[in-house]
Design a protein around this ligand. Structure first.
Ligand SMILES: [Zn+2]
Length: 311
């Protein structure tokens, strides 16, 4: 191997299984993100007993949340959520600045089977509806939200529609998620035009539109198998795809599963509610609060509730 990739790849430690690899193509001036998730997505999907097509769709959404959030400068939580009238009514994936991801799906088993199960497209699973992006940086800060109709057969096509419609920088993405030997894996590859002020420092190709298309075709040549292959390093994959584009890689970011639920947090919520309202929530003598992300029940019997109100 020659070129900048080779210099950086020599002597590098094996990459962590869950990470975002930022990169740059010098020709044409594009930035990119390669996200690959192994144990992370496996642990999130295994907390639920999702049918295969639902798990695969949520896996792709988690990979999409990874690539998109890493393009933004923020300190807080990036959330990607779909809502539609199809068998998969809702999908949520969020990621914190620290690289902690979580997600869950709501679906209707009977309608899923009627929709063709594993052979149905993402669009057929989600139906008519929208996908929303939110950046939450805590209280007293602006909540940025983008929203797009579910137009396109795949999540990648829906995203392409969003970027076209909102007249943002040209952006293309490839996504894949499936269960392979050793568990679930998900991957995402994104290319985006550089803002003009960053592009001027790089040697631009003569025909911008042609070179953009060429880069997108090269990206699309990446198979799901390559994207998800744990034995193929991020550097090797990027070099394989973009060696003529003078690909340059930057420090990767580690990702991990993480949820913000806790018993203490739920106790604070219960304490903030009128007591008779909480009493109405009791089923079989206890209040059960479920974290949909973790698929864990937090149970409060009468004694536990007394303790909450004693504070
Ligand atoms: Zn949780």
């Amino acid at each position: 191997m020659t070129g900048p990739m080779a210099e950086r790849a020599v002597g590098a430690a094996p990459p962590p299984a869950d990470q975002i690899q930022p990169f740059l193509l010098e020709v044409p001036a594009l930035r990119g993100r390669l996200v690959r998730m192994g144990p992370l997505v496996d642990s999130i999907l295994n907390r639920h007993d999702y049918p295969q097509p639902v798990a695969a769709l949520l896996g792709e959404l988690l990979a999409l949340a990874g690539v998109l959030s890493s393009l933004l400068k923020f300190d807080g939580i990036f959330t990607l959520q779909t809502k539609g009238d199809g068998p998969v009514g809702m999908l949520v994936a969020d990621m914190t600045t620290a690289g902690e991801l979580r997600g869950y799906a709501e679906y209707d088993q009977a309608r899923l089977a009627a929709a063709g199960g594993a052979t149905a497209s993402a669009r057929a699973l989600m139906g008519e509806g929208h996908m929303a992006f939110t950046v939450d940086q805590g209280v007293n800060t602006e909540r940025y939200q983008g929203i797009v109709e579910l137009k396109g057969e795949t999540l990648a096509e829906i995203l392409a529609h969003y970027f076209r419609q909102s007249e943002q920088l040209k952006t293309a993405v490839e996504l894949a998620a499936r269960r392979v030997e050793g568990g679930w894996r998900a991957g995402g590859l994104l290319l985006q035009q550089l803002p003009e002020e960053e592009a001027v420092a790089l040697p631009l190709a003569t025909d911008e539109e042609d070179s953009w298309r060429r880069a997108v075709v090269l990206m699309a040549s990446c198979t799901a198998r390559e994207l998800l292959d744990p034995a193929l390093s991020a550097h090797d994959l990027l070099y394989r795809l973009f060696h003529d584009e003078r690909v340059r890689v930057f420090e990767p970011r580690a990702l991990s599963p993480g949820c913000r639920c806790s018993r203490g947090r739920i106790e604070r919520i219960l304490r903030s509610l009128p007591r008779d309202e909480v009493a109405d929530m009791k089923v079989g003598g206890e209040v059960v609060m479920t974290c949909q992300f973790c698929n864990i029940d937090f149970r409060f019997d009468e004694r536990a509730l007394e303790r909450i109100y004693a504070h």
